[in-house]
Design a protein around this ligand. Structure first.
Ligand SMILES: [Zn+2]
Length: 296
């Protein structure tokens, strides 16, 4: 089962308690349903999964007190579940989705806070996809081009403006930011799977942070080691040539401390002096030592 399927299964169990929310849910779920233009005003929508078609038919029945027709169509392993329904109220709802509007919550008849969640949930079950949490973040809803303005205005209205992309005769509305995707998942009610998403993100963030720290440590260590090696080399040459004793007292002290502690960081080495000296003071002395060796 794909992660998107797990999300769909989670959404299928969310109860719908009010008529206003059910209407919003039906609007999202049947956004792709097209009226057939016949006398009875029948509209038909296709779903990939039987469970989604079943829920759609069930909600239509509760809302409009009428039974929807369901049938399986397709061939060669690609099957769809078709749900056909005719009702003036249903038809009006579908038409309102295709009417450009700056405020879809009004035309779609949202009455309470949960209506937005219900609409979003229907929209995802109708044609939504989401990447597995281990892959790059991507949540996408698709809807017919005729409903593009309504859906875009809906996402604007809830504070999550979507990026759009053409997908054949449909429009994709997508999100690639972790926080937006998590918020939208919570809003549509995918409460069981959202913990997987958040946990995976936190694990990834910790791993990235550790990698950054490790890389940084390694680089610093390499720098420290190569600088120390240069200093050790300089001190040895000064020693061999007897020039070390000609250096001022302070440089001889520093040279000795460095020579005895080749693996010490600059901070540790500065502290070792009596009295301790500053890091920049130490740097200055070490530079004079290596310069003295270079002059040989
Ligand atoms: Zn409601």
């Amino acid at each position: 089962m794909s992660f998107a399927d797990a999300v769909r299964n989670d959404l299928l169990t969310v109860p719908i308690r009010k008529n206003c929310c059910r209407r919003a849910f039906i609007g999202g779920l049947f956004i792709s349903a097209l009226p057939d233009g016949g006398e009875n005003g029948q509209a038909t929508a296709r779903f990939r999964a039987e469970a989604i078609a079943e829920l759609g038919a069930e909600q239509l029945h509760i809302q409009f007190a009428k039974t929807a027709d369901r049938r399986r169509v397709g061939s060669c392993g690609r099957y769809y579940e078709e749900v056909s329904f005719s009702s003036p109220a249903f038809r009006k709802l579908l038409e309102s989705l295709r009417r450009p509007t700056p405020d879809p919550s009004e035309t779609l008849g949202f009455r309470c806070e949960e209506c937005r969640s219900a609409f979003l949930r229907g929209l995802f079950l109708s044609g939504g996809t989401i990447n597995d949490p281990h892959k790059p973040v991507h949540l996408e809803f698709t809807a017919p081009i005729a409903t593009k303005e309504t859906v875009a205005a809906f996402f604007e209205g809830i504070g999550y403006p979507a990026k759009t992309v053409m997908r054949g005769n449909k429009c994709g509305f997508y999100f690639k930011e972790s926080t937006a995707v998590e918020d939208l998942m919570a809003l549509m009610g995918a409460h069981r799977v959202i913990f997987d998403v958040i946990n995976t993100r936190i694990e990834r963030e910790i791993r990235n942070h550790e990698n950054r720290v490790n890389n940084c440590d390694t680089r610093n260590l390499e720098r420290t080691v190569s600088a120390a090696a240069r200093q050790m080399n300089a001190i040895e040459r000064l020693r061999e040539t007897g020039k070390l004793d000609n250096l001022p007292e302070e440089l001889r002290v520093t040279a000795r401390l460095r020579y005895e502690n080749p693996d010490f960081s600059l901070d540790a080495l500065a502290d070792l002096h009596n009295p301790p000296i500053t890091k920049s003071g130490l740097n200055h002395r070490l530079r004079r030592i290596t310069e003295a060796a270079d002059d040989l």
